[in-house]
Design a protein around this ligand. Structure first.
Ligand code: CTP
Ligand code: MG
Length: 385
């Protein structure tokens, strides 16, 4: 069988998309764009080596993004996409695959069937195979004396992955390194390689602007058709102390909550609700209270682990709602901080997080101030089985 490598370029600055880090390291429904792109290839058994290209400044972000996914040590990017691709191709020299699929990290929604169409064209003997789509908008060219309409019948949009016979595209990139082009097919053309097209997909968009993140999230949500709900409950006893942790926020109080970890009943109930929604057991199974290493642990760890499990299942948290039941401390002054902290841990918009509080009108153990209760409910969206 032919050996097929995937080369994923992630060394760009993402200037048009903006943000604190380049677009490929930003989250898209809780998973980075780069991780989604790499995972699409890693899921296909016919793909051998996965070569990522990134920059020294973003090495750590890239490592974190692909944690646990199979891929080769990274190659270093260059000043232009073309340089980055060439560096990646050079890094594959010791592997010398038959074919290479060159993909923009910025296209995280690439489907297995699209990747397989490109592979099929190469297996069929094409030296270069690219996914294309017809242009549906009318096209205009701005000219010195106004606008000119451009016929679109013979125009196509090219996407990635673009597949090539490895040795030939490597030679072409070496030979034409000084001729600036925007994709690898353009390099193949310069080298006189014949190009075969396969059907591209509208959903395989290249995230370029901030708006594209919203569009991609909408498309991705559309592929997740199953909703599940989980609930969680927790109670902790008050003991002498001067503060409590609730929903990830430290609150000064004339008592503390007793527990093996930081005793944050709000986050514990919410962690259980999320685990419940994906059928992943409960907090005690993942973080046994008998284990010394969890003594005094910040409960944000437990919650972010539950969110990570949702992501690993290909899902996304839709909404969560926590209710704290106690007479004191008063929750209302801390509610916004609690929502913000939970949203931060879960990598969600604040509008998807709710925190409420109530009392038991003096009845029972919360009423007597012996302890407090937290309840939570979480809704997750999962790919349909
Ligand atoms: N790329 C790269 N090395 C570069 C430039 C781009 O590896 N020197 C990668 C990007 O990371 C992206 C792909 O090439 O995955 C397509 O490029 P583009 O969409 O233009 O991304 P950026 O160059 O990062 O974005 P911008 O042009 O807005 O700065
Ligand atoms: Mg660019």
């Amino acid at each position: 069988m032919s050996q097929i490598a995937a080369l994923i370029v992630a060394a760009g600055k993402g200037e048009r998309a903006g943000g604190a880090v380049p677009k490929q390291f930003q989250p898209l429904l809780g998973q980075s764009v780069l991780r989604r792109s790499v995972a699409a290839f890693a899921a296909l058994p016919e793909i051998g080596e996965i070569q990522i290209v990134t920059t020294d400044e973003r090495w750590n972000e890239a490592e974190a993004a692909v944690d646990g996914l199979r891929c080769a040590p990274f190659a270093r990017g260059g000043a232009t996409r073309q340089d980055s691709v060439r560096n990646g191709l050079e890094a594959l020299v010791p592997v010398a695959p038959d074919f290479v699929l060159i993909h923009d990290a910025a296209r995280p929604l690439v489907s297995p069937s699209l990747i397989r169409r490109v592979i099929a064209a190469l297996a069929d003997g094409a030296a270069a195979a690219i996914p294309v789509l017809p242009v549906s908008d009318s096209l205009k060219r701005s000219a010195a004396d106004g606008w000119m309409s451009v016929p679109r019948d013979d125009l196509y949009r090219a996407q990635t992955p673009q597949g090539f016979v490895y040795k030939r595209i490597l030679a072409a990139h070496r030979e034409f390194r000084a001729t600036a082009v925007t994709d690898d097919t353009a390099v193949a053309e310069l080298a006189g390689m014949a190009i075969k097209t396969v059907a591209g997909e509208d959903s395989n968009l290249k995230i370029t602007t901030e708006d594209d993140f919203r569009h991609a999230a909408r498309l991705l949500r559309g592929t997740m058709e199953e909703f599940r709900t989980g609930q969680g409950f927790d109670a902790h006893r008050f003991v002498p102390g001067d503060h409590v942790w609730l929903c990830g926020v430290k609150i000064a109080h004339d008592a503390a909550l007793e527990g093996h970890s930081d005793a944050d009943a709000g986050l514990h109930a919410l962690t259980d609700a999320i685990l419940g929604a994906i059928g992943a057991g409960d907090i005690g199974r993942h973080f046994p209270p008998t284990e010394e290493k969890w003594r005094g642990a910040a409960s944000s760890l437990f919650l972010s682990h539950a969110a990570q499990l949702v992501r690993q299942a290909g899902g996304a948290i839709v909404h969560c709602d926590v209710t704290i039941i106690c007479e004191r401390p008063k929750i209302a002054p801390h509610r916004d901080a609690m929502r913000a902290r939970i949203a931060e841990i879960l990598q969600l918009e604040v509008s998807r997080v709710s925190v409420k509080a109530t009392t038991t009108e003096g009845m029972g153990f919360p009423g007597r101030g012996e302890g407090l209760i937290a309840q939570a409910i979480a809704t997750v969206r999962l790919p349909s089985a």
